[in-house]
Design a protein around this ligand. Structure first.
Ligand code: HEM
Ligand code: SF4
Length: 570
């Protein structure tokens, strides 16, 4: 750590509200990349400069520039998309991207493989569908998530309204996005102010993530996020107010124990009318109190660890001019999705599809991107991206249900039998992510097949067990909250974590370090066997691994790196 602010702070400060030299860089045909400082700024516009890592060795040999292309993350508050918007994204993916659409663990859609010369056309097509990618990445409030709980339509509507209001309120106001990508045209929902009334010139110290949860489902993983609102629903199914959570976060660095994942704390309870003021106050306190010298210590979770929850609460109450009430009782039961049909009332139903690792593509075996296009063309309800990288076809009238289900079945988009596969998530990792140390999206399906063999041997095939994998410790698929977490360490090697809670309320803990495929299967098989033989009625796998003494429970973030490793012989 130094006394100086970090390099990113100087880049933001000098950027003239996120402009930098992006406009000039787009016109430079000599390279598929952009200037180094602009690579930081372009994140605030929802893009990452990446290169195809599969092609690196060959291109290096041929002394060619890396195969640069951009990942574009679309902002989809609450994960709700109209069929026309889906069709527009599908078109863009085929015209300008790599022909696939990736649903993300934070309810957005990512396009991969967009080359620099196609960026403007891509963003204009996205804009024409009344979507944008502003603040989908960068040191700002990112896409606001909202639980999808299809069976609780009334509370969902209130939660979605709050998610959209927060998203709107905390979206950067700079006209830079419009100027650079859309040539000055006014974008949907954008303002004209040059200054940023909430963020100021240097935005936030680090990324900031907000979610709205509707119990009993914790599908949004509220404890993984900087700021959360948990709906407190009264007897009539109406929202009585919100519990507020602060200071959750996943990212850490291997070998640096001062970095750790952390579950959020309950801050208190507020009325709906005060929710926006509280959200803004949490953001501005973090803006002013967060660490701008060391980016590995800049998330809200560390601010709260350093200053204490009580001091943080007082400052939020002071700025919002709201006195928070004590948090109200609530109960979460799971983080997963409820697959298949669920009643939506008024003669309609929702169909939750299973989308393996969130990727829609037209592969050799099955054409899932095309199948979704067929559904979108006949569907006039909406789509909801779930926080588990799945998709809900929402509000399907009775007369269309058989047709939509048939398309989904043919495209293998209905949920599989395996309880492990139904509860799996993987980050993108290779070949696009520059930070990946190991495979994730391309490997997890095969690992699950191997683990399913073992689970079948113990009669556990249909048991819901949450497994999540990432290619590095940044934690994009929230692996530290899974019952089985796998985090890339190097090519083909992973750290294995056990003991997370099924409802997303407890972090897991390192069980085995640096294991390969065979090592993962060998480490888990005896734990599965013990679970099959000795679990109590209704006991979840994560809870069992602690009670049976395989692993010590993690109580909070600072405790994450303590007492690791197997605690009993398997
Ligand atoms: C310091 C930490 C992090 C860094 C530097 C980082 C960086 C990245 C990068 C470069 C990608 C693009 C990968 C690709 O699509 O090729 C990505 C994807 C993503 N990240 Fe992160 N990430 C971090 C932590 C997190 C955390 C903690 C979450 C969620 C709680 C998250 C959520 C996502 C999501 C939703 C995606 C999209 C792909 C997916 O669903 O896996 N990230 N991240
Ligand atoms: S967890 Fe790491 S490897 Fe996976 S997408 Fe995030 S940054 Fe990339």
């Amino acid at each position: 750590m130094t006394d100086e602010v970090s390099r990113n702070e100087r880049i933001k400060e000098a950027s003239d509200y996120l402009r930098g030299t992006l406009a000039q860089g787009l016109g430079e045909e000599i390279t598929g990349a952009i200037a180094e400082d602009d690579q930081q700024l372009v994140k605030f516009h929802g893009m990452y400069l990446q290169d195809d890592r599969d092609l690196r060795p060959e291109r290096t040999r041929k002394k060619m520039e890396k195969a640069f292309a951009f990942m574009i993350r679309v902002r989809v508050p609450g994960g709700v998309l109209a069929p026309q918007q889906w069709l527009a994204l599908d078109r863009v993916a085929r015209d300008y991207g790599n022909g696939t659409l990736r649903l993300t663990t934070r309810q957005t859609v990512q396009l991969h493989g967009v080359i620099k010369s196609n960026l403007k056309s891509t963003l204009r097509a996205i804009d024409a569908a009344v979507l944008n990618s502003i603040a989908a990445c960068g040191d700002v409030n990112r896409n606001v998530m909202c639980g999808v709980t299809p069976e609780q339509s009334r509370a969902h509507a209130g939660a979605l309204a709050l998610a959209r209001a927060i998203s709107e309120h905390l979206t950067p106001r700079t006209p830079a996005y419009r100027e650079i990508w859309l040539d000055g045209e006014k974008i949907a929902g954008g303002g004209d102010e040059v200054v940023e009334p909430i963020y100021g010139r240097t935005y936030l110290p680090r990324k900031f993530k907000t979610v709205v949860a509707v119990p009993p489902s914790n599908d949004v993983d509220v404890f993984a996020h900087d700021l959360g609102f948990i709906a407190i629903v009264d007897q009539a199914g109406k929202i009585a107010g919100w519990n507020i959570t602060v200071g959750g976060g996943m990212g850490m660095t291997h070998g640096e124990p001062e970095t750790y994942p952390r579950t959020a704390d309950l801050l208190g309870f507020c009325d709906t009318k005060d929710a926006l003021a509280i959200a803004e106050a949490v953001v501005t306190v973090q803006r002013d109190w967060g660490d701008r010298k060391n980016r590995k210590h800049a998330r809200l979770k560390y601010t709260i660890e350093d200053r204490g929850l009580d001091a943080f609460r007082s400052e939020v109450e002071h700025r919002a001019k709201v006195k928070l009430a004590p948090a109200q009782p609530f109960q979460f039961t799971s983080t997963g999705d409820r697959y298949g049909w669920s009643d939506a009332g008024a003669g309609k139903a929702h169909l939750t599809l299973f989308v393996q690792t969130g990727r829609f593509a037209d592969g050799a075996a099955v054409a899932q991107l095309s199948a979704l296009r067929r559904i979108a063309k006949i569907h006039d309800g909406d789509f909801r991206i779930t926080p588990n990288q799945n998709l809900i076809v929402a509000n399907v009238p009775t007369e269309q249900q058989a047709q939509i289900e048939a398309i989904a079945r043919d495209a293998r988009l209905l949920a599989p039998w395996s309880g492990l596969r139904r509860n799996a998530m993987a980050c993108v990792a290779l070949p696009s992510c520059g930070l990946a140390l190991a495979e994730s999206e391309r490997y997890l399906p095969d690992l699950i097949a191997a683990l399913d063999d073992r689970l079948a041997a113990h009669g556990l095939s249909a048991d819901d067990i949450v497994i999540r994998m990432t290619g590095c410790p940044n934690g994009c698929a929230r692996p530290y909250l899974a019952e089985i977490g796998l985090v890339g360490k190097g090519p083909g090697r992973y750290n294995l974590y056990l003991g997370g809670a099924f409802d997303g309320s407890r972090l897991n803990k390192l069980y085995r370090e640096d294991v390969d495929h065979a090592g993962i299967v060998a480490a888990l098989d005896p734990v599965f066997a013990a679970y099959a033989g000795a679990r109590q009625p209704g006991e979840r796998f994560g809870a069992f691994t602690i009670r049976a003494g395989f692993i010590t429970a993690t109580r909070n973030g600072r405790d994450f790196h303590a007492n690791t490793g197997p605690q009993r012989a398997a």
